[in-house]
Design a protein around this ligand. Sequence first.
Ligand SMILES: [Zn+2]
Ligand SMILES: [Zn+2]
Length: 252
Amino acid sequence: MKRKSKLPFYSIPSLIALIAVSYISCSSDDSSTQEEEEEVVTELHAAFAAFNTEAVTIYLDGSKVVIETTGLPNHETVYWGEGHPLYREEPGVQVTPSIMSSNNNASTLTVDATPNLTGSTVSTQLGTVGIAVSGSTIFNDQEGGGPLDQAAASLDWTGAHIGPGVYHYHLEPKAFTDDDDKLVGILLDGVFLYGRKCNATGTYPTDLDASGGHTTATQYTLGEAEYHYHIINELYSNTGSYLAFAGPYQGY
Ligand SMILES: [Zn+2]
Ligand SMILES: [Zn+2]
């Protein structure tokens, strides 16, 4: 695990980590010690280079990664509304309000730079579960607390709609991953989500856990194994497509 081998400090339980921090700060008044602690996480994960820089600003804040986004995607959809350069005609879609009719697409996500992979899981909640490389948000398999089926008719060609509120993906976002190994985005627990195929093998992974996760190298880890999620290669309900992520989180 690349990040863990670089950052052994963060892979131990947080209580012990806290004790270690107090020990360091009590045992030395040298401010360079503090600076070295800050220097531990100075490099953003290489996968962040895949994000749409027109929408997304990403930076480190201590051991956290802050992801600010306008929420506005860099691809076509009916939800841009007629007249917009990225408007796509989609007669089959039962359109909810357009993107530009909503004032609240923007959001900020703060995630751990190193996911806490202890084996315990946390369920996803309604609302944003992650930020996609396009700049828009990812939701889970629920719509307003009910099954997604009821909202399926309003999903556009790339598995997204307005909820109301932010424009968000529920399904495999075909605008930027379509039966391939491309990066989809990052989830709230700091774990990256990839398409249905894995870069390590070039095909559908067969060793995924309940969250769609496994530990292998990806195109962004220089050969080192790292835990990540995939869109699970099973058709979802009446949509004829694949759920982006239904949880649970493994990285909290
Ligand atoms: Zn929705
Ligand atoms: Zn994989």
